[in-house]
Ligand binder design. Structure first.
Ligand code: UD1
Ligand code: UDP
Length: 370
């Protein structure tokens, strides 16, 4: 019996581990799958709700790390995770994405000579001001198995000298969840609770420090909503970081003065999927939402200077506009008038990435010949 230990920490991790957990359920005689939640995100609406929505079992291990500076958070995960690894002695640690928990657990496992699989490897924004870029680079250099979502990821890893036998282009586990839960999400009552009809509203998410931790930048984005307020209804589930900054910068009243803008708490996975699927337009700085909107073929305007997911802009519905507000207004108006990008779906984003990953891991770790 082999033990695979998957790490989740923050919101974008849960929908990536869920399909891996499901795929591993076919092999419970050979593989014990243990889920460790670092507690990087801990609010009910940033964490617990996803376990229910994604039918994930309660985490076997909860580290309860919580918030902190980058060094504090990363170091605290490392200290606790090392104890877990020493006790459990897993055969493999699986990390997903690019959050601080991803970096912390990869470093800890690699130093104990435990193989690491990185799911969503190879993405690069080429902007080291983003904490995620550092997390991605370090994790990829340490990982033994790198599972890649798009061709650019393969190109980046080859350029960085990662050996070919570690690289696997498998598609995207986040899309596995999207496809698997789309029908169930369609039953969510969220549109009625916001009193909106399909395709009449713009869905907004913002949480990148470069946008929300800098007052002038958050104010620039506010002017985008003010300019478009007569053309669309906005639904904006607010990330806790952003919620705190809106108050700290004294911008709450200006947000509230926009009659067509509804601020609310973050919503669960199924509700959010229903909102995405029925939006006329998505305005975001999220990583994953750029990909989900491409798969759902909903126009997406990304308020960032770069994307580490270039396929979404090259063939998907994504338009990366940075903080060029006039351009964002122009692109938003086009989308709201029905002239947004329609896009096509990237290669291997077919809902079967987790199955491919499990198959490769079984073979590489010699699971069938125990
Ligand atoms: C983190 C990830 C980011 C990811 C995002 C997804 C890193 C470096 N950043 O950013 O890549 O896109 O998650 O949402 O790992 N907070 C709460 N409740 C929570 C969680 C956070 O109130 O459950 C507040 C705290 O004040 C905290 C702040 O949000 O200090 C930021 O949380 P943190 O996990 O450090 O970074 P995120 O901005 O959430
Ligand atoms: N999401 C959600 N509820 C929300 C906002 C986002 O369920 O209120 C989901 C979204 O569908 C996607 C993931 O959270 O699957 C993206 O996480 P986030 O934007 O926090 O992180 P990033 O992808 O930028 O790292």
């Amino acid at each position: 019996m082999k033990t695979f230990l998957s790490v989740v920490g923050a919101r974008p991790n849960f929908m990536k581990v869920a399909p891996l957990h499901r795929a591993l359920q076919s092999f419970t005689d050979q593989i014990r799958h243990v889920i460790c939640h670092t507690g990087q995100h801990y609010d009910e609406k940033m964490s617990t709700v996803f376990f229910e929505d994604l039918e994930l079992p309660r985490p076997d291990i909860y580290l309860g790390i919580g918030s902190g500076s980058h060094a504090e958070q990363t170091a605290n995960v490392m200290i606790s995770f090392e104890k877990v690894l020493l006790e459990l002695q897993p055969d493999l640690v699986i990390v997903v994405g690019d959050v601080n928990s991803t970096l912390a657990c990869s470093v800890t496992a690699a130093k104990l000579h435990i193989p690491v699989a990185h799911v969503e490897a190879g993405l690069r924004s080429f902007d080291r001001d983003m904490p995620e870029e550092i997390n991605r680079m370090v994790t990829d250099v340490l990982a033994d198995y790198l599972f890649v979502t798009e061709q650019a990821g393969m190109d980046n890893l080859r350029r960085e000298g990662i050996s070919e036998d570690k690289l696997f282009f498998v598609g995207h586990v986040m899309i596995d969840s999207l496809k698997y839960y789309r029908e169930k999400a369609a039953k969510s009552p969220i549109l009625a609770s916001f009193d909106v009809l399909p395709k009449t509203f713009t869905l907004v998410t913002l949480h990148r420090p470069s946008n929300v931790d800098v007052k002038e930048n958050l104010e620039r984005i506010l002017t985008l909503f003010e300019t478009l307020q007569d053309q669309t209804r906005f639904i904006f589930p607010v990330h806790p970081r952003t919620h705190a900054r809106i108050d700290e910068f004294g911008l709450r009243e200006r947000f509230n003065a926009i009659d067509t803008l509804t601020l609310c708490d973050p919503v669960g996975y199924l509700d959010f999927l229903k909102l995405m699927d029925n939006a006329a337009l998505i305005l975001t700085d999220s990583g994953g939402i750029q990909e989900e909107s491409t798969w759902l073929r909903i126009p997406c305007i990304t308020l960032r200077e770069s994307t580490e997911r270039p396929v979404t802009a090259e063939i998907g519905t994504n338009e990366v506009v940075g903080l060029n507000i006039p351009l964002a207004v122009e692109k938003s108006r086009a989308a709201l008038n029905g002239n947004g990008k329609r896009g096509t779906i990237p290669e291997l984003w077919d809902g079967r990435a987790a199955e491919r990953i499990v198959e490769i891991l079984m073979e590489r770790l010699d699971v069938n010949n125990e």
